[in-house]
Design a protein around this ligand. Structure first.
Ligand SMILES: Nc1ncnc2c1ncn2[C@@H]1O[C@H](COP(=O)(O)OP(=O)(O)OP(=O)(O)O)[C@@H](O)[C@H]1O
Ligand SMILES: [Mg+2]
Length: 249
């Protein structure tokens, strides 16, 4: 099957630093891929190339087998690639609906914001995610960490995302909220969205991801199916940059 996303031989340097050094990686429809590695391994840089934050020095990106040019975050969004950064970038003093549409508001023929239509659309998207917020009109500042993450996810997928990149999605959450985000990720995966979860902590994403890719010093150590490895083996990949001894597919 043609991968949803294929990164081929991506290189990105900053001055003399090889932040990403000849990395090739693919993501299938509905796949939850964990991207692991120590601080400075190159995870964010690789993902920022895909998200259009900056172009690669060299390499190719294919979406469903077609080479694409991603020169800006707008290009990435047009291709259905959405990113949720650690900060979530929500507006605290606006409600969930307003946050969902921030910068992409629906307007009527006279240019006024169509509040009713936006609320109805927001309900649909939250329903699609099987999400229940106490009230759509609560200000984001009154929501819990998990609810905020949910609003950020709803905003990302509302505009037909096919690829969702999440940077440390559960790092700041308690166990209960983490479970809710896990359920959301599973639901998105069922709907065919390809998901990349970035973390420097294996424990955060081992249960969520079906495949794990490990980076070290800008290079890809390898990618393994979560079902085929132990957490210790993945730790060895992260720390020593070594693939597990026994064969993996
Ligand atoms: N904008 C930049 N300018 C200069 N160097 C950068 C820039 N962004 C990243 N780097 C360097 O590239 C390397 C990879 O950084 P990157 O942020 O991709 O790592 P990371 O795996 O995301 O780490 P972390 O887990 O800390 O987020 C590091 O050596 C970093 O200092
Ligand atoms: Mg990073």
């Amino acid at each position: 099957m043609t991968p949803l996303v294929e990164l081929r031989n991506i290189v990105k340097t900053f001055g003399g630093v090889h932040a990403v050094d000849d990395v090739s990686l693919s993501l299938a429809e509905g796949e939850v891929l964990g991207l692991l590695g120590h601080n400075g391994a190159g995870k964010s840089t690789l993902i920022k190339v895909l998200a259009g934050v900056f172009p690669a020095d060299s390499g190719t990106i294919l979406i469903q087998g077609q080479p694409v040019s991603i020169r800006s975050t707008r290009d990435a969004k047009t291709l259905g690639i959405e990113t949720i950064y650690q900060t979530l970038a929500l507006s605290e003093n606006l409600d969930s609906v307003a946050n969902l549409f921030l910068g992409r508001e629906m307007t009527g023929p006279l240019g006024f914001m169509n509040e009713e239509a936006m609320e109805e659309q927001a309900r649909k998207t939250l329903g699609r995610l099987k999400l229940h917020l106490p009230s759509l009109s609560s200000l984001v500042q009154s929501l819990s960490g998990g609810q905020r993450q949910a609003v950020a996810i709803a905003r990302a997928i509302h505009f037909n995302a096919r690829v969702l990149i999440m940077d440390e999605p559960t790092a700041a959450l308690g166990p209960e909220e983490t479970l809710k985000v896990a359920a959301l990720v599973a639901e998105l995966s069922r709907q065919g969205i390809g998901i990349i979860l970035i973390s420097h902590d294996i424990h955060d994403i081992f249960d969520l991801a079906s495949r794990l890719a490990v980076m070290k010093n800008g290079r890809l150590v390898g990618a393994v199916s979560t079902a085929d490895v132990t957490q210790d083996e993945v730790l060895a990949m992260i720390i020593a940059g070594k693939m597990p001894e026994r064969p993996n597919s």
